[in-house]
Design a protein around this ligand. Structure first.
Ligand SMILES: [Zn+2]
Length: 437
């Protein structure tokens, strides 16, 4: 994958001060730092380091709070620079390609640091490519030169993230957004692995399986749409709103998740490949018409599967493939049972939940499409997540949220006892009251 694709032009054109304030806010909002923890920096063309300040609330940080550290070592700004400045400097010195560094204490990654482990990014198809290699360094005193040198040694060895024993994580990238994507994706892999641990043993993908998701033959031929289809403008807006909402609700992360919806003329719109889900805009959605893609745009790699489902299921108006931490945890444990019949809401909204092995969603799309029926509108795809269909974006979105809530309840139930089943008789009553239409 070309990492640069994830970096939207708009974001890159922001001043480093603004980039840092925006990303600090995202890190805080998605629960990856406390008000006092975490620090990030950008190295600019002039060799100046722009870094978050010491002692300022990370949930309420503005661009004016960012400190500039000049190449000679003097600082400019209304605050002192972060106490971890030596660590940031050491990473820039070790890796000339690095232009941004993030240090934070996200809970799942810290949990790995407490047991001297590193999460396996082969748990999801894109994660290894996003994160790159992950290193680990033994405990050293915080904010010390020694910590900086130990972390820098990890980056010099080619790692793009280094976990700090009993402490937290440092990620780096050629741009701030890339460093953020690495941190968020790795934290997600850690969350998945921890939740999966409650259910059994997490399985990881082989190199061949990961390669399946990146075959170039998924690239369709291009065409120039003559004009917009009636309703296209409104549908583009609606889809973007649902993608951003899915991101806010932690149903998608920046680097994972696909949404599509059908237009009246039989073509459909789908999310693009390689754009941050938090910033998806209407013009970036790709229209797919009879196996061809709108000129100049690259659709999500799930495009063939979406096309096959629309071709075989006329009632389906929208498809959402989502990676949320609890439902995806079920997908990575081979013998875990996602019992949708344990809760009425889950049973009525999801019905049965067929499990698809990893691979056919790329290599045998008609087989996966054939599993979608009115009784099975949602699928669990191994090491991938949930695929929900619906007549509308709202229906598919709701099903994904119900799947995530149900999965969370089942995982939390497994921590405290045995799940009490609903009797067959009561399930039959639900079938009667809420018949499959
Ligand atoms: Zn720290």
């Amino acid at each position: 994958m070309v990492h640069g694709r994830w970096v939207t032009m708009d974001f890159q054109s922001l001043h480093p001060r603004d980039q840092l304030a925006v990303i600090m806010e995202r890190i805080y909002r998605c629960g990856m730092t406390t008000a006092s923890g975490g620090n990030l920096s950008v190295l600019d063309e002039a060799g100046e380091i722009w870094i978050t300040p010491a002692g300022v609330d990370k949930g309420d940080l503005f661009a004016e709070d960012i400190v500039c550290v000049k190449a000679g070592g003097s600082t400019e700004g209304r605050h002192r620079p972060s106490s971890e400045l030596p660590l940031h400097k050491a990473v820039y010195a070790a890796r000339p390609d690095v232009r941004a560094v993030i240090h934070a204490h996200p809970c799942a990654l810290v949990a790995f640091c407490l047991v001297r482990g590193v999460p396996d990014t082969r748990i999801l198809p894109q994660a290894a490519a996003v994160c790159g290699s992950v290193g680990y360094t033994p405990y050293t005193f915080p904010a010390s030169e020694q910590l900086g040198q130990a972390v820098a040694a990890g980056f010099r060895d080619g790692h793009n993230t280094v976990l700090l024993e009993n402490h937290g994580a440092v990620t780096a990238g050629q741009a701030l957004l890339q460093a953020f994507h690495r941190l968020e994706t790795l934290e997600f892999c850690a969350q998945l692995t921890i939740r999966a641990h409650v259910l059994g043993r997490a399985t990881v993908l082989s190199d061949e399986q990961i390669a399946m998701s990146r075959h170039t033959e998924y690239l369709l031929e291009e065409y120039e749409p003559r004009a917009q289809v009636p309703g296209e403008r409104a549908l583009r807006l609606e889809l973007c709103e649902f993608v951003r909402r899915a991101y806010r609700q932690r149903i998608m992360i920046s680097t994972e998740g696909t949404l599509s919806a059908r237009l009246d003329d039989g073509s459909f719109l789908i999310t693009p490949y390689g754009f941050d889900r938090a910033y998806v805009e209407t013009g970036q959605l790709v229209r797919i018409d009879r196996g061809r893609r709108e000129a100049g745009k690259v659709p999500s790699r799930a495009v063939r599967l979406h096309e096959a489902i629309y071709a075989s299921r006329p009632e389906v108006g929208c498809i959402l493939c989502a990676q949320a931490p609890h439902s995806t945890a079920f997908s990575v444990v081979a013998d875990a049972t996602f019992d949708t019949a344990a809760m009425p809401e889950s049973y009525v909204m999801l019905r049965e939940l067929p499990v698809v092995p990893f691979g056919p969603q790329y290599e045998d799309v008609s087989r996966v499409a054939a599993l979608i029926t009115k009784r099975t509108p949602v699928l669990l795809i191994r090491n991938d997540g949930v695929l929900a269909t619906g007549r509308s974006p709202a229906e598919a979105y709701d099903r994904v949220e119900v799947a995530e809530f149900s999965a969370r309840s089942l995982i939390e139930a497994a921590m405290i006892g045995e799940v009490a089943p609903i009797s067959r008789r009561e399930l039959a009553r639900l079938d009667q009251a809420y018949p499959v239409e």
